[in-house]
Design a binder for this molecule. Structure first.
Ligand SMILES: [Fe+2]
Ligand SMILES: [Fe+2]
Length: 248
């Protein structure tokens, strides 16, 4: 599994993990992200059980498991959080944040540690990481695509983690962590968004909120990262995309 440092300033780092060349074709490719702030780690969408050994091995090249303070699940899907019981088992005391809507569903694979799944209210909340208590905001992204869904905004790094919003299904030869040719990239995103995003008003509301934040990067859970001018290009594309249509 490959990794990339997205931001590194004053003890505050963003790491991206993904593009495992040994991943089985039947398992959808995912990106996992870590905010490592003054020695403490918050893992964003830690991934599925199937990729857990590779994710763990890649992450522990950068930090030890005792440094993990919290996990965050943007929503309930297996590719997002079915590794939860492994992380809870490995990291005593770690807390997992997810929408209140999914808490009692995720408890089905919490192996008795459902008290460590902390509910995020619909309006979102602030998390802090590490001894300096650096702030990140959990921003509502409901119906994009899950009915209880959040993005993560880091005002220090000016990076937004978008979960499945902005996801792309890349062919095997596309190894780059960043979008390189936006026009071409749209073709990898369109089908995913048309099928998985049920609500245009919900997407447009999310776009409006994200534009106001002026992120330097938008990091999805599948596919490549938008940075620089591609952030605006992506938001413009999403704002006009007619999702939620019935084609059959
Ligand atoms: Fe999903
Ligand atoms: Fe996903």
């Amino acid at each position: 599994m490959r990794s990339e440092t997205l931001f590194d300033e004053d003890g505050h780092r963003w790491l991206a993990f993904g593009r495992d060349p040994n991943k089985r074709d039947s398992v959808i490719d995912t990106n996992e992200y870590v905010i490592l702030s003054d020695g403490k780690a918050l893992i964003l969408d830690p991934g599925g059980i199937e990729v857990f050994p590779e994710v763990l091995s890649a992450m522990t090249r950068h930090f030890d498991t005792h440094q993990i303070e919290a996990l965050f699940a943007s929503h309930q899907d297996p590719d997002i959080i079915s590794s939860l019981p492994m992380w809870l088992d490995l990291c005593p005391g770690v807390k997992a944040y997810a929408s209140w809507l999914w808490r009692s569903f995720l408890a089905h694979f919490a192996m008795g540690r459902d008290a460590d799944i902390l509910p995020v209210p619909d309006e979102g909340m602030t998390l802090t990481i590490g001894p300096k208590k650096r702030r990140v905001e959990l921003i509502p992204a409901h119906y994009c695509h899950s009915s209880g869904n959040f993005s993560v905004w880091d005002p220090t790094a000016k990076i937004l983690f978008s979960g499945d919003i902005g996801a792309a299904l890349l062919p095997d030869h596309e190894y780059n962590f960043y979008v390189e040719d936006f026009a071409k990239h749209v073709e990898y995103m369109r089908g995913f968004h048309l099928r998985w995003m049920p609500s245009r008003p919900a997407l447009q509301s999310w776009v409006k909120k994200v534009r106001a934040l002026q992120p330097n990067m938008i990091c999805p859970q599948h596919g490549a990262i938008f940075r620089g001018e591609d952030v605006g290009r992506f938001l413009d594309w999403l704002d006009t995309l007619e999702v939620g249509q019935i084609h059959w």
